[in-house]
Design a protein around this ligand. Sequence first.
Ligand code: PMM
Length: 413
Amino acid sequence: MEVWGVVNVTPDSFSDGGEFFDQGRAIAHGRELLAAGATILDIGGESTRPGSMPIGAEEELRRVLPVIEALAGEAVVSVDTYRAVVAERAVAAGARIVNDVSGGLEDPRIFEVAAAAGVQIAIGHWRGPSSDMYRMARYERVGAEIAAELSERVAQAIAAGVRRDQVILDPGIGFAKTPEQSWAALRELDEVRALGLPVLVGVSRKRFLATALGEDPSRDRRDFASAVVSVLAAQAGAYGVRVHDVAATTDALAVLGEWAPAGIGAVASGEEAPDADAPAEGRGGAAVPGTIELNGLAVFGRHGVFDFERENGQEFVVDVSLRLDTAPAAASDDVADTVHYGELADAVAAIVGGEPVNLIETLAARIADAVLAFDARIDAAVVAVHKPHAPIEQSFRDVAVTATRERRGTGAR
Ligand code: PMM
C-alpha cells in the first residue's frame, strides 16, 4: 500500500491552515512525513478548497519548485497540479508522478507532458473548477458515472501517448460531490477498480468526514477518521492513500497488516480480491507470480563518507529482483505487457550516478523506492547495492546492502 504524504505549499489550504507555506518548513515537513513512513511525497502549490480562487502558474512554480528540487533526491515525489507547464517544470526538477485532480480536463497538454517524460500520472475524477464544483454534483449512479468518466480520461491520456501502465486512477473524493456522494463513491470503489488500474484514494481531512463525526470536528478527529478510511480503502483494494497524518495512517495500516497479512481484500469479502495493480488484460486469466532479475548493473558513483570518495568516485554494482505477474507478457509476447528491464536499468543507473549519499543503505533504499514507483505492476522489489572497492583496510571480495519493498501490507516500508 502506497502512502502519499501531503506537502501543501499554500497559504490557504483548508486542511493544514497554510502551516507549510514557507518552503524551508515544507521541505522539513516532507522529511518528517518520510520518517513517519510515507512512500511518496505529494507536493502542491495551489489550494483546491471548495470556493478557492486559482493562482497563476508562475506563483505555483515559485512555491513548489524549490521544495521539489530539495526532496526529489530523497523520495519519490509527485507534483499536485492541473497545469501542464507546472508539471513539465516539476518533472524536470525530479518529480516522478504528476497528480492532476482535474484528470487532464483543465489543461489537456498535461497528458503530453506525462507521455514525454514517461512518468506516472494520477487522473482524478473532476467536473469543474473548485469555485463552482457543487453545481456539477448531480449523479444517478455515483460509482458507475465516476468510472465511466475516468475511463474517458484514460482514453484521452492514451491518445496523447501515455502508456496504460503509467496511469493511476482517483475517484476525486470531495470534487464535484456532496458528502453523501463522496461516501457513495467510496462504497462503490469497485466500479473504479474494475477499470483494472491502481486506485488512489484521497479523503484526508476533507469536509465530508463531518457527516460521520458531527459538527465541525477538530483536525485530530478528522485525522483519526482519515486513518480509518485508509484501512477501509486498503481492504477495498486501493493501491494507495493520500494523507496528511502519515504516522496515524501507517499505524492503522500496520494493524490491518497483522489482521490480514495474506492479502488485504480477503478481510472484506472473505475471498481474494482481484489485483488492482494488474493490467486489465491480465485479470480474468490466472496470475503467474514471477520475477525479473537484473544483476550486476555496474555504475560509476560518488557515494561514501570520505571526501576522496566524493571526489574520485568508484564503481557500484546493483542487483534488482522484481516480483510481478508474468502471465500477460507470456500470453501476448509483447514487451508493453511487462516491465522493460532496459528502461529500468537506465532509471537505476541515473540514481547511482546522481546525487551522492553517505551510505549504501540510503542508496539501496532510494533505488528500491524508485523501482516500485517505476511501474505499478511491480508487486515487490529487492535491491542489493554492492561496493566492491569500498575503502576497507582488510582484504575483502565484496560488501553489499539490500533493501526490500512490497506494494501491499506492512512490508511497504
Ligand atoms: N485532494 C486534494 C488535493 N489533491 N489529489 C488526489 N490525487 N486526490 C485527492 O483526493 C486530492 C488531491 C484536496 O486538497 P488538500 O491537499 O488540501 O487535501
